[in-house]
Design a protein around this ligand. Structure first.
Ligand SMILES: [Zn+2]
Ligand SMILES: [Zn+2]
Length: 274
């Protein structure tokens, strides 16, 4: 029985868990769905809801405000494409500050439950949690960002293959992800920039730490007490740095089985970018 339930989890056969929420992280019935939307407490993937202003939707809203028919709308495709790439670069740059992005997908769907959705998958759950905590409630382009953990970690199950082959007949109202394509060379460039940025910040942090320490050594007793209390996070980082330098220093042992997933995936994304 348990094995049966595990096999059908999130499929059409499963009468308890919603297959759409399970696979795509969004279901058109939302809270009114007769099946469960089990929102994870942690995930490598965050969903930033409706963050991208879809040009078709924006044009429809504008037409409605001006009392025009929705049939009369026209979209400057070149301008829309340019705007999308700017949007993508903004989000890639911003989200990369929290860790290594394994995927960043923007939906081209028009259904209310998916329009403008942005999915960001990080190399680990801690990075995703950091991103969620900072991004949730922030404003972008006049819009308050609403961020949640998403159950989607395998986008092959979530994306519409017909859209990828330009043959989806459901158009913008398809319930599978229509992932807006981004040139691979642009992604590679942004990955390299993000890696560079992370390295630079790491160096700046180390420099700040050195300055703080030398100031503390020369400072009064009160200062010493104050800075001692707030150094929790920086000492954690020091420990991380220390363990990696020890690993590098030990030389011989080539077995990297014990290395942290974070550093492993970083070096992997670096080698992919070369
Ligand atoms: Zn549902
Ligand atoms: Zn489709």
């Amino acid at each position: 029985m348990a094995r049966y339930l595990a096999r059908i989890h999130g499929t059409e056969e499963d009468k308890v868990n919603c297959p759409f929420y399970f696979k795509i992280g969004a279901c058109r019935h939302a809270d009114r769905c007769s099946r469960m939307h089990h929102r994870p407490a942690f995930s490598q993937t965050i969903l930033i809801k409706h963050a991208y202003r879809h040009p078709t939707r924006e044009a429809e809203l504008k037409a409605a405000l001006e009392g025009k028919s929705a049939d009369a709308i026209s979209i400057n495709e070149a301008e829309a494409a340019e705007n999308f790439l700017c949007f993508f670069e903004d989000f890639f740059g911003e989200l990369s500050k929290f860790g290594v992005l394994e995927a960043l997908h923007v939906c081209d769907n028009l259904g209310d439950h998916m329009v403008g959705h942005v999915y960001a998958k990080f190399s680990d759950e801690e990075e995703a949690a950091d991103a969620l905590n900072v991004m949730n409630g922030r404003y972008y382009d006049g819009r308050r960002l609403e961020v949640e953990f998403s159950p989607v970690t395998d986008f092959r199950e979530a994306r519409c293959r017909d859209f990828d082959e330009d043959t989806c007949r459901r158009g913008g109202f398809c319930n599978f992800m229509h992932i807006k394509p981004v040139p691979l060379c642009l992604i590679r460039d942004m990955e390299e920039d993000a890696e560079e940025e992370r390295r630079r910040e790491e160096m700046e942090r180390a420099e700040r730490r050195r300055r703080d320490e030398s100031r503390r050594d020369g400072g009064s007793r009160k200062d010493r007490h104050r800075s001692g209390g707030g150094s929790g996070s920086s000492s954690r980082r020091e420990r991380k740095g220390g363990s990696s330098s020890r690993r590098g220093g030990s030389g011989g042992g080539g077995g990297s089985g014990g290395s942290r997933s974070r550093s492993r995936s970083r070096s992997r994304s670096r080698s992919e970018g070369e």
